[in-house]
Design a protein around this ligand. Structure first.
Ligand code: 5GP
Length: 341
């Protein structure tokens, strides 16, 4: 079976500006209110999420980004006692978790002690048969917590997640900056089309995250324009002071190490090696040290504001209806190809 329509990445499209009445970038509002069907919670903030990778999903990142009302998904290797609950606003971080018994047991302790507003159930292959069972289990145990789960790339399974208790479905397979899944497995879905093709098939309050593949600030706007309710990024937030991971210096230039969560690095660090039955589906790169994350965040927010004035979107939610796209070229994500270590 083959579907012949060409599927697109962010780098294959551009947004067409349209005449509108917005005068300045201050006329636009980057915060959006969400009412989550399954948890019943209401959340207001800028719908950006920092990826729950162990380099970017850190407590220091939450500290900085909560000031901007941006969510950080903490990586799953924290213990409950690592979380300084008095300093963190529970509206701006998620506790991450895998599907093993051990991880679900730790989640129980996390919920008890940290009292999170968001849980992020993260599985590399969200199509695994047991994931729906875990979703039902988590929803039953923690009815009032907003549940993020993924990763998947097609609308049928997004609907299934939603109907079984997920509030926000994380979408994207193979588009990440340090991901090698497409090379190792041949599996994936170009990120822009993944969002466009799904958005038109799902109920309005079934929210989706475009996760992975943001290479430039403009890609955030393209993702919202495509129909993403949230955009998650790892690489864009990597290399900063708030990130964990080694810092190295070569010929007077400082670098920070950034790696995929399925890379040999991550598996060596957290699981004592790559199990013989699985392959490493992530890479390790060195990025030029980028200083405090605040500047990067301001750059991202400035870019989105500017897009909104080009297309006449006063509110984030309007970006989807106001953006029309043209197809321009066809490239792959080569951003870190020269940085591999
Ligand atoms: P980025 O914003 O850096 O392009 O993508 C971040 C996303 O890449 C993460 O949120 C996660 O979904 C995905 N990711 C992180 N590490 C790995 C990995 O080792 N392998 C794969 N396949 N995906 C990864």
């Amino acid at each position: 079976m083959i579907e012949n329509d060409i599927k697109l990445d962010f780098s294959d499209v551009l947004i067409v500006p349209r005449p509108n009445t917005l005068v300045s970038r201050n006329d636009v509002n980057l915060e959006r209110e969400f009412q989550f069907t399954n948890s019943g919670r209401i959340w207001t903030g800028i719908p950006i999420m920092v990826a729950n990778m162990d380099t970017t999903g850190t407590i220091d990142m939450v500290r900085q980004l909560q000031e901007f009302h941006i969510l950080t998904c903490l990586h799953k290797f924290y213990e409950p006692e690592d979380i300084p609950i008095d300093e963190l606003n529970p509206d701006y971080f998620a506790i991450s978790c895998g599907t093993s018994e051990k991880e679900l047991e730790k989640l129980g302790r996390m919920v008890e002690i940290v009292k999170p507003h968001f849980i992020c159930l993260d599985v590399a292959n969200g199509y695994r048969h047991d994931v729906i069972e875990k979703i039902k289990h988590i929803r039953k145990l923690y009815p009032g917590i907003t549940l993020i789960a993924g990763n998947v790339v097609t609308p049928e399974i997004v609907k299934e997640y939603y109907e079984n208790g997920v509030d926000i479905v994380k979408m994207g397979i193979g588009s990440g900056s340090v991901c090698t899944t497409r090379l190792k497995t041949g599996v994936g879905y170009p990120q822009f089309s993944c969002i466009v093709d799904t958005k038109k098939e799902i109920p309005e309050n079934c929210f989706i995250i475009s996760d992975g593949g943001i290479q430039t600030v403009g890609d955030f706007s393209k993702a919202y324009g495509a129909g993403a309710d949230f955009v998650m990024a790892g690489g864009m937030f990597a290399g900063h002071d708030e990130c964990s991971g080694e810092t190295i210096e070569e010929n007077g230039t400082k670098y920070k190490i950034f790696y995929g969560m399925s890379s040999a690095n991550a598996m060596n660090k957290h699981y004592g090696g790559v199990a013989s039955y699985r392959s490493s589906e992530g890479k390790c790169v060195k990025l030029k040290y980028r200083g405090p994350v605040q500047q990067t965040v301001e750059d991202i927010l400035g870019g989105i504001r500017s897009t909104m004035t080009y297309v006449g979107a006063k509110q984030m939610k309007e970006l989807h209806e106001k953006c029309s796209f043209i197809r321009v070229n066809n490239t792959v994500n080569r951003i870190y190809n020269n940085n591999e270590v």
